[in-house]
Ligand binder design. Sequence first.
Ligand code: ZN
Length: 313
Amino acid sequence: MILANTYHLHLQPGEEVVAGGGGLHKFMGWPGPMLTDSGGFQVFSLSEMRKITEEGVVFRSPHDGQMIKLTPERSIAIQNTLGADVIMAFDECPPYPATHQEVEAATERTYRWLERSIAAHQRQDQALFAIVQGGVYLDLRCQAATTLAQLDLPGFAIGGVSVGEPPELMAQIVQATTPLLPPQKPRYLMGVGTYREMAIAIASGVDLFDCVIPTRWARHGTAIVQGDRWNLKNAKFREDFGTLDPTCPCYTCQNFSRAYLSHLVRAQEILAYTLLSIHNITELIRFTQKIRQAIFSDRFVEEFGHWLVTKSC
Ligand SMILES: [Zn+2]
């Protein structure tokens, strides 16, 4: 599944252009499943000059300085126009740290915005997921998850994690919140993760993740190989003509050597970042495929238990 950002696509090229190209799948030539986020996270994390009211959020476009208003209705309309398979309710993602009072207000507003998101949703072929907020406060998380679980929606997400809180707090939030969401529906942990974070979340019942790590690290010349981070600028790769990961079926590993990838990274050739992204994404997908197989054969704790206790990657 590919995640596309509502915020970025709204600013550029604009959802009407995407719709004119036949919708997201056709526009970008991807026949597989797609998800759009609500735009809320980017507005709250990237935009300076933003103002939050009950109506929605007003912020300044980083592209042309124009003031833009995003409301639950507007976010859903944009996502209906973009045409992904899964769309997200517009939520308020409070920063970390924030007081209990501030997070409680944001969580309650997120619920009212969810009701408006549901009312605004026009396309039955798109699955609308609700988002649990609540910051690092377990009482707010549990209350929000219990309330949302009563709604007849096709999926549920845990948002507002991975915003700077310590890893132990994220683990606590996921472990407390996930079991409260309907097990027969997809449970999606937003903005996560690393091997360790995913293993912990899967142990709690999470099904779905999204994360910038594989592509962000690729853009920094870093490959993820069997759980380790390899910086390809490292001198030891200069004349290493072996495959990045001999067990990996990806296009990069099937066709290129570590030395060539190291050369591309050193030369800042943009192909390096594409090839490393292909490998890193393949690697994380293989990790979750192995976990799925381990769950099917009842060997999850045996094979992946070490990720639940050790700190790595
Ligand atoms: Zn590979």
